[in-house]
Design a binder for this molecule. Structure first.
Ligand SMILES: Cc1cc2nc3c(=O)[nH]c(=O)nc-3n(C[C@H](O)[C@H](O)[C@H](O)COP(=O)(O)O)c2cc1C
Length: 218
């Protein structure tokens, strides 16, 4: 009896070791977030949607859209974005005074103002131990474009409709937003995106153009 117990525990030890070795040497699979087909399809289906049912966007879906927006790439990983979600339609006349997209804002479930901190505060590159200084961030526009596009693609993935509407660099559009949101001087309202449940049919455009593709040289 004693011998058989000893044999069993030895066997278990050997099996345990074998399992540990095999799992540490196992080829690590890259975690698949989605099939490439699904991702490409969502990108290809994205289109500007300009009329909505007016239904509100559930909070968890809005958070998911904002998370997608903030997952964008960012030069030097500065992440200049601040995203302001507006849902109180009674304030839109003031916030977006004179904006020719007003009807879309009023119909939408929410309006997101993509704001950018145009500065970056960090020690000078040549002297990382020196006190931090605030400088212009030359890449904020690039980052904001990526952030806004991520949001639009995520909206498409949820079957929502959205459209990027111009804000920066048009002073007459930026000024009422700046004033209403009380933005600090270094923060620019970059884009205004109404998002909602689409009313009617919307189809994506086919933009594939082989004349815009160049291999190895222009
Ligand atoms: C920087 C920028 C500004 C835009 N401004 C507006 C706008 O003010 N109003 C609007 O209805 N659409 C606006 N659009 C959406 C474009 O008109 C739209 O993306 C373009 O016609 C291509 O159509 P698609 O988005 O359906 O592919 C803007 C898009 C970008 C990228």
């Amino acid at each position: 009896m004693k011998t058989s117990l000893k044999t069993t525990s030895r066997l278990m030890l050997v099996l345990g070791l074998l399992f540990a070795v095999s799992s540490c040497c196992e080829k690590k699979e890259t975690p698949a977030t989605a099939s490439p087909d699904a991702t490409i399809n969502t990108i290809m289906q994205r289109k500007s949607v300009r009329s909505y049912t007016g239904d509100a966007i559930p909070d968890d879906i809005m958070e998911s859209l904002l998370r997608a927006a903030m997952a964008a790439p960012s030069g030097m990983d500065i992440r200049p974005w601040h995203l302001v979600v507006l849902t109180d339609k009674s304030k839109y006349a003031e916030a977006f005074e004179g904006n020719f997209n007003m009807e879309k804002f009023m119909q939408s479930g929410a309006v997101v103002v993509f704001c950018a901190d145009t500065t970056v505060t960090r020690p000078p590159r040549e002297n990382p131990n020196a006190p931090a200084e605030t400088k212009p961030n030359p890449m904020w526009r690039d980052d904001m474009g990526a952030c806004t596009e991520n949001f639009l693609i995520a909206a498409e993935a949820y079957g929502l409709g959205a459209v990027w509407t111009a804000c920066y660099p048009f002073q007459n559009t930026m000024e009422p937003v700046r004033k209403y949101l009380n933005l600090p001087g270094n923060v620019v309202p970059y884009a205004i995106v109404p998002v909602g449940y689409p009313a009617g049919e919307n189809t994506p455009k086919d933009k594939w153009d082989t004349t815009r593709v160049h291999y190895n040289r222009w």
